[in-house]
Design a protein around this ligand. Structure first.
Ligand code: HEM
Length: 464
């Protein structure tokens, strides 16, 4: 039988299906739900207008450094994508899912638990783990080009917890680093004689997950939402960290709010640069170039073995990571501009290959409220369509990006920041296994300075 991931589709490879149906269950549970249940869907725009709006987001030629975000190195863009896959991954087989077409039953709650790394665990997916012992995760130490890569089958398909983490070369290499990081943590735990052998995996996995959650809370979120939405939500008390939310309060099971997954958290699409240096040798490589018949070295599309000399030098992506770059490449600003390659996504028919159009259309299909309605509900003065350069009422995803751009693009603006902070913090608080509940005084121990831990520290530890 084919392993599960072979039948899964890549990040967003789902066809634009079900776009005419707007499921609005009376429950706010199930795999997806709504944050703002009382708001009506924004009126649909004629297809031509929607395409024009999508097209207006194409980054102007020659804008170069003006669109760079001096505050966020480009490694965080792909950490953002990696987090999205962790939250939205559903390891339950599609057969089971078909029994619940409206997704009203919760098969798997969105949690920061790295199931994209661990799959459904050593018992269920033993091929992800090194035998015997099944404590370490499998890495191909030397692929056909002689460099470490994700393990792959004979068709080049990555055998990993979530196939979407092979969607482009950068997220694929980040997946590899997380596998390395886990294996290094297993080494560390194994050296501790007080941990019984049969508990090593569990102890290592918990340490990895808590460091990952710490990164999200203390490194990623402050960078992407800025300080304001965190001020009243995250408190350090004598008992450790405590979290409050304003909008996201699931009554029973955790769910994924569509305002987050279909609009606000897609802010990361605007952070993608048109091209990247992977290391000192492989430079200025476009993310995607149009067409299916491209040479192996032409762009950074994934779902294939790592080409020779393409191992990422992480100092090109993160301040303080080991490597040869004097400074990292920056992410693009969070604004209403997308890199040209994202208008020709590989693997999609022409009419469906614009990521901007897909996001706007998906927002309509899921009946998202307009940006203005959400702003008003939040007690903010809504930005007009004129100010945004868009039809009013304005699609939520566009509103959030333009709002951020008008504020300088360094981090999300008031509406986007509220949604992203509220949902991510809420998910952390509602997860009984997160460090926030299990050990709120937890401090990271794997960074270079006690109590500090940034993404570059994770990379350093993985290479230690
Ligand atoms: C080169 C990098 C990326 C590519 C090519 C990409 C592409 C896509 C595509 C094609 C979709 C599905 C669109 C649809 O049909 O609805 C999607 C969904 C999504 N993307 Fe990305 N994306 C990238 C990076 C990111 C980043 C950096 C973030 C956030 C920081 C992000 C967040 C999301 C979210 C939340 C979704 C919806 C949930 C899902 O299906 O995974 N993506 N992306």
């Amino acid at each position: 039988m084919a392993p599960k991931q072979l039948v899964s589709l890549g990040h967003g490879k789902n066809k634009l299906r079900g776009l005419k149906r707007v499921p609005r269950s009376s429950l706010n549970e199930g795999r997806s739900g709504r944050l703002f249940r009382r708001l009506d869907p924004a009126p649909e725009l004629p297809a031509k207008k929607l395409r024009e709006l999508a097209e207006s987001m194409r980054e102007p030629k020659g804008s170069g450094g003006k669109l760079d975000n001096p505050k966020i190195p480009s490694g965080y863009t792909y950490f953002g994508q990696f987090i999205d896959h962790d939250l939205t991954f559903d390891p339950v087989s599609s057969l089971q899912r078909k029994n619940d077409p409206d997704a009203l039953v919760d098969f798997r709650s969105p949690r920061f638990d790295l199931d994209s790394v661990y799959g459904s665990g050593p018992e269920d997916e033993p091929f992800l783990y090194v035998q015997p012992g099944r404590q370490r995760l499998v890495i191909d130490p030397k692929n056909v080009k002689g460099e470490p890569d994700l393990q792959r089958n004979s068709d080049g398909v990555a055998l990993i917890g979530d196939p979407r983490n092979d969607e482009n070369i950068i997220v694929g290499q980040l997946q590899l680093i997380w596998l390395r990081f886990h294996n290094k943590v297993v080494d560390k735990v194994s050296a501790d004689k007080s941990v019984a052998e049969e508990r090593r995996f569990e102890v290592a996995q918990r340490l990895v997950r808590w460091h990952y959650q710490w990164l999200i809370l203390n490194d990623f979120l402050p960078r992407v939402v800025g300080p304001d939405p965190l001020k009243n939500r995250v408190k350090q008390t004598k008992d450790g960290v405590a979290i409050d939310t304003r909008w996201f309060a699931p009554k029973n099971d955790l769910f994924m709010p569509v305002e987050f997954s279909v609009a606000a958290y897609r802010f990361g699409h605007s952070m993608i640069r048109p091209s990247y240096d992977l290391n000192n040798i492989v430079t200025d490589r476009p993310v995607f170039i149009p067409g299916e018949k491209v040479g192996e070295l032409d762009d950074l599309r994934g779902f294939r073995p790592l080409p020779g000399a393409w191992t990422i030098d992480w100092s090109h992506f993160l301040d303080g990571a080991p490597g040869k770059a004097a400074k990292p490449q920056l992410s693009r600003k969070i604004d209403a501009h997308l890199s040209p390659g994202l208008f020709d996504l590989p693997g999609f028919p022409n009419a469906e290959s614009s990521l901007a159009f897909r996001n706007l259309k998906r927002g309509e299909a899921l009946g998202l409220p307009s940006g203005q309605d959400v702003a008003e509900l939040m007690g903010l003065k809504p930005l007009t369509g004129k100010k945004l350069g868009a039809p009013e009422p304005t699609p939520l995803w566009f509103y959030i990006l333009k709002e951020s751009g008008l504020g300088g693009g360094g981090h999300l603006g008031p509406v986007g920041g509220e949604i992203v902070a509220d949902v991510m913090l809420g998910l952390l608080r509602e997860d009984n296994h997160s460090f926030v509940n299990q050990n709120p005084k937890f401090k990271p121990s794997l960074g270079s300075k006690a109590g500090k831990f940034e993404l570059a520290d994770m990379v350093k530890f993985a290479f230690s």
